[in-house]
Design a protein around this ligand. Sequence first.
Ligand code: SAM
Ligand code: SF4
Length: 467
Amino acid sequence: MNAPKPTASEPNATDFTAPGRTPRKLHVVTHGCQMNVYDSARMADILRPLGYTTVDAPEGADMVIMNTCHIRERAEEKVFSALGRLRVMKEAQGGNMMIAVTGCVAQAEGEVLAKRAPYVDLVVGPQSYYRLPELIAAAHRKQGVVIDTEFPVDQKFDHLPDVAAPQGVVSYLSIQEGCDKFCSFCVVPYTRGAEASRPALSVLAEARRMVALGAREIALLGQNVNAYHGEGPDGAAWGLPRLLAEMAEIDGLERLRYTTSHPNDMSDELILAHRDNPKLLPFLHLPVQSGSDRILRAMNRKHDADHFRRMVDRLRAARADIAFSSDFIVGHPGETESDFQDTMRLVRETGFALAYSFTYSPRPGTPAAGLPQLADDVKTARLHELQAELRRQQDAFNAATVGLTTPVLFTGRGRYEGQIAGRSLWLQPVVVENPAELTGQIGTVKITRTNTNSIVGVLLTKEQIAA
Ligand code: SAM
Ligand code: SF4
């Protein structure tokens, strides 16, 4: 069901929230990936001109947006229990709290959500955020839940306003959305729709604005970011390497990265960009999911384990200090112990600086969800074995950086007095004792030791660097 459109006899939908109205408080809760973090910020940007300012807590808010993720287990249940808490608050405020559910759960469960949680005012899929002002106005006029989960013909990217609020030293920029790959386990093609890339000039303009607002590192985002093919100013499609090369020309932008990539879209040019683009970090998130050819086939990944190994070798040949992170799913339907050991072998051979690993969770409507499932205890035991190895590799990677002198981008104060915090070239959290304010600057740091979740270093002076 679509939201009712304003008619000639009704007041203009956006008048309700017109600029100059009493300031309104907006609280946004974000679940899931960086793309949702980006979308949440853009929704706040869209609503700011209408008088909404963001607040840190839902209590007293005029509007709460719950931006949801549908990727893994119990996503819906988590959303419903959080909504139950919001309902109590809404009632305590005499009903004066508009509740909106956005993101992939909204897209996948629109009608169910409206039935199970009728106190929700708005259910909005990821393609329709730009319509929020008119949907809010419609929700004020209408009894019942307003739902907009259409996949419009024109793209979301065509409608987003300019970035308004600074994101910080590290900023995220969405350049591609959706996916046509249909992996057996994944809801993204159903919740985010077909793959679409944002025009290159629009990306570059947003990147420049971000830098003007203080960004020093930009992470380009997309569900399959390395499949990027945005229209260039010449009308031809630009690939990611070309876009990265143009971004590297932006003054004041020091570091670039991109996530998430598919191994099949690592083109020769993109591999060479890791050698030739001076601003591209030596760090790549390249999800492989499994090391078993049989399971990769069942997952519809359309490559085998050796393809991933070759990509890693070629990237290391292009940039010797590159570090990898990845995603793994254990317990996909049909996975035997021998398949799982193939994954362990691939992990041991590759060596990861970081990794995310999950037990397979059936997502309704996806092909693998209809297959016979593995027992939970088998999945959990495999996950523990895999995570122990990944943790060991992460610790080994961090330990190997002790003694290195490396640039660190400072992002803010550390947790303790007198500390500053930043990120190494390999995205490790780095802590340095230093009373000076260096946020946004890159310092040369000698790594001295590792902690459980960070590394510790000393900031070198110009004389020490020169010596
Ligand atoms: N596009 C990326 C790729 O091709 O690998 C992945 C994007 S997906 C949004 C993020 C990660 O969530 C996946 O890499 C996968 O490991 C995990 N994931 C997705 N569906 C899952 C499921 N049904 N069960 C467990 N993990 C899942
Ligand atoms: Fe999901 Fe990534 Fe597969 Fe697309 S390529 S279906 S986003 S896991």
